[in-house]
Design a protein around this ligand. Structure first.
Ligand code: ATP
Ligand code: FE
Length: 329
């Protein structure tokens, strides 16, 4: 089937065309406006989606060399996400499906992050273990099959991406700080031991990291006013180490507990070079088969929505026109 997929859960407007499970196009319009505010402003995000959605869909169809009249279904992100942002994608998808008289397919954004692994080869066999690390979520997931995903661990407070972004903000990096912190950390060494709180089991906690960074840096700035500027690379490497070491420790525990040897990363933070490197390293040591998505499929994108929708189409899982977006599940 030929599926048009729409993703609008946060601040990226994305459209993709997926044909028989294969990605033909994946187009994303990012929103520059949020940089000025140091974070996503929901009202601005909804308005930008409204402006971007039609051109983004048009470009996705054109790049796929397909027309709207050839579509078999329209897929969209139902949630979780910002309600005003989701509303734009959901309403667009409903209107298009109605006009073309084709089925609608709702997609769970977090399931889709995991299934981004099926956008391109190599695709993992089921079951596999996936660490999903994004701006709003941190989850350890046993992926029994495409649509049977069992969450066995999660964050009790901040998400890993949030930890990167808020820590970066503390040291003066622009939003979103994750990618910039990754880049700066490459020229540094993890010389500072920031707190790595552990709520036990397979759960995560990252909110204590901000406090640890704030107090440590305040003390050092008192002694040396330009401390942050003069040690930026080492500070970034230390923040990254605190987050990545925690993620890898829990991932290893989850692999041991479940006995799974196929291990994957997903979500925006899986673009992090240190995390990708450490997964490869653990994988060699423990004889895991490891999987990381291509960078364009890590952060929000509609290709993952289309790929998930293809699994749902195969099972006849369609959605009624009465559907409404859901900020949380
Ligand atoms: P959710 O999927 O939970 O609703 P989201 O969709 O906003 O949240 P994603 O788009 O999956 O999140 O990921 C965005 C997050 O990934 C941001 O927090 C960003 O800083 C982080 N991120 C992106 N690239 C990197 C990187 N190289 N290193 C660390 N963090 C990164
Ligand atoms: Fe996301």
């Amino acid at each position: 089937p030929l599926i048009l997929a729409i993703e609008s859960s946060c601040d990226d407007t994305s459209a993709a065309v997926v044909e028989d499970g294969r990605v033909r196009s994946n187009v994303t319009a990012t929103q520059a406006i949020h940089v000025e505010y140091g974070g996503v402003v929901p009202e601005h995000a909804s308005r930008a989606h409204q402006r971007n959605i039609l051109p983004t869909v048009s470009v996705a169809l054109r790049r796929a060399e397909r027309t709207a009249s050839e579509l078999d279904a329209v897929a969209f992100t139902r949630g979780p996400g910002l309600i005003g942002s989701l509303m734009v994608g959901v309403s667009f998808a409903k209107a298009l499906a109605l006009a073309l008289d084709i089925p609608l397919i709702e997609v769970d954004h977090m399931q889709a992050h995991v299934l981004a692994h099926f956008a391109e080869a190599p695709k993992p066999d089921f079951p596999f273990l996936c660490l999903t690390v994004s701006g709003g979520h941190t989850q350890l997931v046993v992926v029994h099959s495409a649509l049977e995903q069992e969450i066995i661990g999660r964050t009790i407070d901040d998400a890993a991406g949030e930890a990167f972004d808020k820590s970066g903000k503390l040291i003066g990096l622009p939003y979103p700080a994750g990618p910039e912190l990754d880049r700066l950390a490459r020229a540094g060494k993890p010389t500072i031991d920031f707190a790595q709180p552990d709520p036990g089991g397979l759960d995560f906690s990252f909110s204590g990291l901000k406090t640890s960074i704030l107090y440590t840096l305040q003390k050092r700035v008192e002694a040396e006013p330009d401390y942050v500027k003069n040690n930026l690379n080492d500070i970034c490497a230390s923040v990254q180490e605190a987050i990545v070491a925690t993620l890898i420790r829990k991932l290893v525990a989850a692999a041991e507990q479940t006995g799974l040897h196929r291990v994957a990363l997903a979500g925006g933070v899986s673009a992090n070079s240190e995390l990708r490197g450490r997964l490869a390293q653990e994988g060699r040591k423990r004889d895991w088969e490891t999987f990381v998505p291509k960078i364009e499929y890590c952060t929000d994108n509609a290709a993952m929505i289309g790929v998930t929708a293809a699994f749902k189409y195969a099972q006849g899982l369609f959605t009624s026109q009465a559907v409404a977006p859901a900020a949380r599940f």
